[in-house]
Write a protein that binds this ligand. Structure first.
Ligand SMILES: CC(=O)N[C@@H](C)C(=O)N[C@@H](C)C(=O)O
Length: 663
């Protein structure tokens, strides 16, 4: 079916056009009285080739309904107003929607846009973290947070055409430090992220942090006088990972006050009642995130009894900000493939409060109630509400593709040659002929993980299963959700440590007669793209490969990725060439399709270009497809037509090169 055609389901099975039929909820906000959940619903505008965000409302016992075009809804403390973001001239601005009737009205007109709102406890102000133009420096004096290099015309050495309204896109960009770009944003050009406080009644906006650093999401103190946030204010923050918890006067004019020491790499901080809770890594940037309570005596780790990574929620990584449920702390941690919601009842250890086969990607609590978004084997996401005293949450929405007949994942455990147990998930039609073609699907990170839930991007899994393929998605060592020792088991040994996990799983399905050893294919994105290249360079097992956004050369990656130094110094310390697929590219025979975002600043497109050139020189069948404007995370939030194309090309490539698999 051509892209953009009318979305009439041709078959009960998932098809390519379902890429634009999914409706995925996110960012839930439970009304303070616990009686309703506002949330963002993302759908696809096929004609405009855009993802469309709307604010919806779910009330127990009623059909969910659309409230407004926009995203990131946040209730006022009295539950009578919703603040949310809506694009104005291409920049997100805060709007207010009175819930007793009336139209939304704009609150901010921030020159570079605003960010998700945080209401002050008294409901008179909103705080947000948003982009701020660099401070022009008319007097040549050192800005408040200048680098140690001494007085500079401005901290980023970037000439500004007009600091108020934006930047001259043709101005030379002068770069003195490594943190000059970020995937999704491109060249930062001196733009930083700072905290703003907006008076609801007057709309007056006050920037309460400034300088050469990026402030994280704000959290209000109970008395409404201060904001807590995470940031790295060190001048050489581009040379080593950092991040600390700070507070600052919400009225502006104050200096941030640091609360945590250099031993904690703090990624977020929240006032939860009178408690100040931080999410941080201890001792280094590769390892589990833990929770700490901050007080006069410093930071004290919160004992959860879990050897699991706390998930506070980032693009591509599910989870939720810590919150209070009654008087108890609730947080997300990954266990197996799923991001679960845990509760720490007073003084006891954490217990899981969300059923096994879901993955939580956003939560909001009020009193003794908690609402959350979760993906399930049947749905890419629904809104659930857990009522006091209940052990099973109530599903409030029905955004699943109700007319689709889905293949459900089978959870499997495999044993690597060194005895390590590796979990995985298999999608296949039980009536498929055996042995049949098998696609090994490798996740990214490498500290991400697959979950046994429906993925609104990877429709290829369902389509291939309907065509007789087995799709095998495993969580090898370095995956999240299996303890910190497992999580760090491939540090400095990318490819060298985890290859055995993939081959053990494939060999098990071959031994069971499910997979045909002559019809094996491999795919993956980012680190999964890395492993796709690694496996085809170090074995001849695979007859076709589809590598998305790969890492192929860690040496060039370390100098061109926005996380290059983190990789070189912490994830892959030591011999970069020994851990790079490019070192072995001369061994590749598998026809390889490379799919890469043109504006990927995490794994720059040059990583695919190097692989493409090396295979083409040897006349190995290879194709590189570049997606204009696409960042590293385009699979999740990129253009619908790019996501459709990615799936379509993958299926065509596999059926072209894996014999006998053409449907
Ligand atoms: C941490 C990170 O960005 N790693 C990349 C190499 C990667 O795998 N990215 C995404 C897609 C992921 O799944 O983590």
């Amino acid at each position: 079916m051509p892209y953009g055609a009318v979305m009439q389901r041709e078959s009960p099975r998932i098809g390519l056009d379902d890429v634009h039929r999914f409706a995925v909820p996110s960012d839930p906000a439970l009304r303070p009285d616990g009686g309703a959940v506002a949330y963002t619903l993302t759908t696809v505008d096929v004609e405009a080739d855009e993802n469309r965000a709307e604010v919806w409302l779910a009330v127990p016992g009623a059909e969910p309904r659309r409230l407004a075009r926009g995203s990131a809804p946040r209730w006022s403390p009295d539950g009578r107003t919703l603040a949310f973001l809506r694009p104005v001239d291409g920049k997100p601005q805060l709007h207010l929607l009175p819930m007793d009737g009336g139209e939304p009205h704009p609150l901010t007109s921030a020159p570079l846009g605003a960010g998700p709102a945080r209401w002050s406890p008294d409901g008179t102000r909103l705080a947000y973290a948003g982009p701020a133009a660099p401070q022009p420096d008319p007097h040549g004096t050192r800005p408040a947070y200048a680098s140690p290099a001494g007085p500079e015309p401005d901290p980023h050495g970037t000439r500004l055409a007009d600091a108020g309204e934006g930047l001259d896109p043709n101005a030379p960009v002068v770069i003195d430090r490594l943190d000059y770009k970020a995937d999704g944003a491109g060249l930062l050009r001196g733009i930083t992220t700072h905290l703003f406080v907006v008076d609801v009644a007057s709309g007056k906006s006050t920037q309460v942090t400034e300088g050469d650093f990026h402030a994280g999401e704000p959290s209000w103190s109970p008395d409404g006088t201060r904001l807590a946030f995470a940031a790295d204010l060190e001048p050489d923050r581009d040379l080593r990972p950092g991040g600390a918890a700070y507070t600052v006067l919400a009225s502006g004019g104050g200096e941030p006050e640091r609360l945590t020491g250099p031993d904690l790499l703090c990624g977020g901080v929240w006032w939860l009642g009178e408690r100040l809770v931080a999410a941080a890594q201890k001792g280094g940037p590769v390892g589990h995130v833990r929770l700490f309570e901050l007080g006069p005596g410093g930071a004290a780790e919160i004992e959860t009894g879990l050897d699991r990574n706390v998930m506070t929620g980032h693009p591509g990584y599910p989870g939720a900000s810590p919150a209070l449920l009654g008087g108890d702390l609730v947080f997300c941690a990954r266990d197996g493939g799923c991001s679960h919601l845990y509760r720490i009842p007073g003084g006891a250890l954490a217990t899981k409060i969300v059923p096994e086969e879901v993955s939580v990607a956003g939560a909001s609590s009020a009193g003794e109630r908690v609402a959350y978004v979760a993906a399930t084997p049947h749905s890419a996401g629904e809104i659930f509400l857990l009522e006091p005293g209940e052990t099973t949450a109530r599903r409030l929405t029905g955004h699943a593709l109700a007319d689709a007949d889905l293949y459900l994942p089978e959870r499997r455990t495999f044993t690597a040659p060194d005895g390590t147990l590796v979990e995985g998930f298999v999608w296949r039609d039980e009536n498929a002929a055996t042995p049949g073609p098998l696609l090994l699907d490798v996740h990214g990170g490498p500290h991400n993980a697959w979950a046994p839930v429906l993925d609104n991007f990877r429709v290829y899994r369902q389509i291939l299963a309907a065509r007789g393929w087995t799709v095998l998605a495993i969580n090898p060592r370095a995956s999240d959700g299996y303890g910190e020792a497992f999580y760090t088991a491939a540090v400095g040994a990318w490819g060298l440590a985890d290859t055995q996990d993939f081959l053990a799983a494939v060999d098990t399905l071959i031994a069971e007669g499910v997979a045909d050893p002559e019809r094996l294919a491999v795919t993956g994105y980012s680190y999964g793209g890395y492993m796709t290249c690694w496996l085809t360079a170090t074995t001849d097992r695979f007859k076709a490969a589809v590598s998305g956004g790969p890492v192929t050369d860690l040496t060039s990656m370390s100098g061109t990725s926005d996380m290059g130094l983190l990789l070189k110094a912490y994830e892959c310390p030591g011999d970069l060439a020994a851990q790079s697929p490019l070192t072995h590219v001369g061994e590749v025979t598998a026809p390889t399709l490379l799919l890469h975002g043109e504006s990927d600043d995490r794994c720059p497109v040059g990583q695919s270009e190097q692989w493409f050139a090396a295979l083409r020189e040897r006349r190995v069948p290879v194709r590189l497809v570049r997606y204009p404007g696409a960042s590293h995370l385009f699979q999740g939030g990129g253009r619908p037509s790019h996501r459709y194309d990615y799936n379509e090309r993958m299926i065509a490539w596999l059926e072209q090169w894996v014999s006998g698999s053409r449907s």
